[in-house]
Design a protein around this ligand. Structure first.
Ligand SMILES: [Zn+2]
Length: 285
């Protein structure tokens, strides 16, 4: 896929008025290994790729959210639930729940986990976190029935489901949006295709740097820098609608010069986001 230079976004960016005490942190929980030949068009058989399983904490005075849950303490059992060809060697670090607890984080600040989609590598940690799951209707339906959502059904048992609707307008080329706090700082945009309710989460902290957490529109940075799609076989297996994924990927590439685009599984794409501090700042009254 080739993107022409004129396709890059040059228009104004949507307004956002993030509060001064809003902040972003990354919580890397582990990685799994995939052969590059399966990860990206043009990847070799011998080259192996590390896939990140990283949650991102959006700290906001109106309530905090995690984007995805990363690996949980039972991730080995979750991998065992997958079809044989989907299983991959993994390395588990500290779970998001363990990292939050170690930082003295008050988990009552957490509104929930906003999932980019319900595949195992994004939701494994839900059963350790035990907070509401923020999800849209299309993804709830997919999660209730699809064979690629068995882990989600297991880990979300007994958790509160917070269904949100895309009641907002088109956003940076994506057809519908949901403004979480009403200030433009966290926008969830529908980017269906990988799954029916997959989303991109646009985050604008007060630093002025913008982020697009694009889930699995592409797995690694090559998808953005080279316009490399998943290999055709994986598109057929992994995506419910490969054409819509391609359109979403094109939109993401177009935005990559005006914001940090973060494919969910690219380890280095998270580098500019700080880790949790050893003592999490408590809210000032
Ligand atoms: Zn994934």
């Amino acid at each position: 896929m080739v993107i022409s230079p004129s396709a890059y976004w040059t228009g104004p960016l949507p307004e956002a008025t993030p509060p001064a005490d809003m902040a972003l942190y990354r919580l890397p929980t582990g990685t799994y290994t995939t052969r590059a030949v399966f990860a990206v068009t043009g990847g070799s058989v011998r080259d192996k790729r590390e896939f990140a399983a990283t949650a991102v904490l959006i700290s906001h005075p109106k309530g905090d959210l995690l984007i995805d849950a990363g690996f949980g303490e039972h991730v080995a059992e979750h991998i065992a639930m997958l079809a044989r060809m989907e299983r991959a060697p993994h390395r588990l670090g500290r779970t998001a729940a363990q990292q939050l607890d170690a930082a003295g984080y008050d988990r009552s600040r957490l509104l929930g986990v906003l999932v980019t989609h319900v595949h195992w590598d994004h939701v494994s940690g839900l059963d350790s976190l035990r907070v509401p799951v923020w999800i849209n209707e299309a993804e709830i339906r997919y999660g209730a029935a699809d064979s690629h959502a068995t882990v989600f059904r297991a880990v979300s048992q007994g958790l509160e489901i917070r269904e949100y609707a895309f009641d907002g307008p088109e956003y940076l080329g994506f057809p519908a949006s949901f403004d979480v706090h009403g200030d433009g700082s966290v926008i969830v945009a529908l980017a269906a295709g990988h799954t029916p309710g997959s989303v991109v989460v646009f985050v604008t902290p007060p630093t002025g740097k913008r982020y697009a957490f694009i889930g699995d529109l592409t797995w690694q940075m090559d998808g953005i820098s080279r316009g490399a799609e998943r290999p055709w076989l994986l598109r057929r297996v992994a995506d419910v609608d490969a054409g819509t994924v391609r359109a979403g990927l094109q939109r993401s590439i177009a935005l990559s010069r005006v914001m940090q685009v973060v494919p969910a599984h690219d380890v280095a794409a998270y580098d500019s986001i700080p880790l949790l501090p050893s003592r999490f700042p408590s809210v000032t009254p």
